[in-house]
Design a protein around this ligand. Structure first.
Ligand code: ATP
Length: 296
């Protein structure tokens, strides 16, 4: 009996991890209603992540044949480093995230992880190796404990609390009358956007994926919450390859590389300070956002 249930339990865990990543991705990119566009090849292999290097090699992509959204994007994210993608609304930032998760196949070029073309690996293995933190984490109508443990259902209580501490949500949870047993979601306690995001970060810490895809908040949170979330995200990103889709620039200034996307093309790349000195697209985006945030 043990021999039968153990693999089943293991499969259950893997399935839930994949499902969680899919739910988070779908939520992140508004794809909940969409049928899958891609299929595994007949003899697709599982993705093997060693260094965690992510490469976009001259990627061309459009949702419709007549309209290219990415027009030859090349990008290397070395294992363990952080690349932030910035650019005006509609420039194609989220599209890069969707391709990394292989919601769609590229029209030309390739996306590779540790040298493996995403079209050659199983989607399940890909989704199990990428952690996604959307702006708006989906909460289940269950306890906070369940919602965090969803990242790894076999986690112990102390591992769950450690993850919650690292994600800066433990003190808040501990202050609730029912603590980790508090019911959340539509039929329970409504959490704020920042609290939900921290539950998502704790969940992803438990899942422990080598590659992360983060969707930075579009709107400013209050500065204390923002600082907490930044600390939590830094903890999460430590030692993992991280791709940040950034709608605001203030949160990505310490990325190893920032790429500026404009109309489907990378027009600038570098570190924050260098890009400011260059006084080009990034600098003008940066000063405009600083002025807008100061005015707000
Ligand atoms: P934002 O900062 O506003 O989120 P973005 O840079 O992430 O923008 P994308 O979501 O990548 O931009 O969209 C790039 C372009 O692709 C936009 O013009 C958008 O309208 C278009 N687009 C996005 N999703 C689809 C889709 N499913 N079908 C057709 N066009 C799409």
């Amino acid at each position: 009996m043990i021999q039968i249930t153990m693999p089943l339990n293991f499969l259950g865990t893997v399935y839930r991890e994949i499902r969680q990543a899919l739910i988070d991705m779908a939520q992140m990119f508004g794809l909940l209603e969409q049928p899958p566009e891609v299929q595994d090849k007949p003899r697709a292999k599982d993705l093997t992540v060693t260094d965690g290097e992510v490469v976009l090699d001259d990627v061309v992509f459009g949702y419709e044949p007549e309209r290219a959204i990415l027009k030859g994007v090349s990008l290397t994210v070395p294992g363990g480093s952080t690349t932030a993608i910035v650019g005006a609304s509609g420039s194609g930032k989220s599209t890069i995230g969707r391709l990394l998760f292989r919601f769609y196949d590229v029209v030309d070029g390739a996306v590779r992880i540790d040298g493996q073309d995403l079209r050659d690996v199983t989607q399940d293995s890909l989704h199990a190796r990428i952690g996604v933190v959307p702006q708006d984490t989906v909460l289940f109508n269950d306890t906070i404990l369940y919602n965090i443990a969803y990242g790894r259902p076999d986690a112990t209580r102390s591992e769950i609390e450690d993850a919650a501490r690292a994600a800066r949500i433990h003190d808040f949870v501990a202050s609730l009358p029912h603590g980790y047993e508090t019911q959340v979601g539509e039929r329970g306690l409504k959490l704020s956007g920042g609290e939900k995001q921290r539950v998502g970060i704790a969940r992803t810490l438990l899942k422990n994926p080598p590659i992360l895809l983060l969707d930075e908040a579009t709107s400013a949170l209050d500065s204390e919450t923002e600082a907490d979330i930044q600390t939590a995200l830094r903890m999460l990103g430590r030692g993992r390859t991280t791709v940040v889709i950034a709608h605001r620039l203030s949160t990505v200034a310490d990325a190893d590389e920032i790429v500026v996307l404009e109309d489907g093309v990378i027009v600038e790349r570098g570190r924050h300070d260098d890009l400011l000195l260059r006084d080009g697209r990034y600098a003008s985006l940066w000063y405009r956002q600083q002025a807008e945030e100061a005015a707000a």
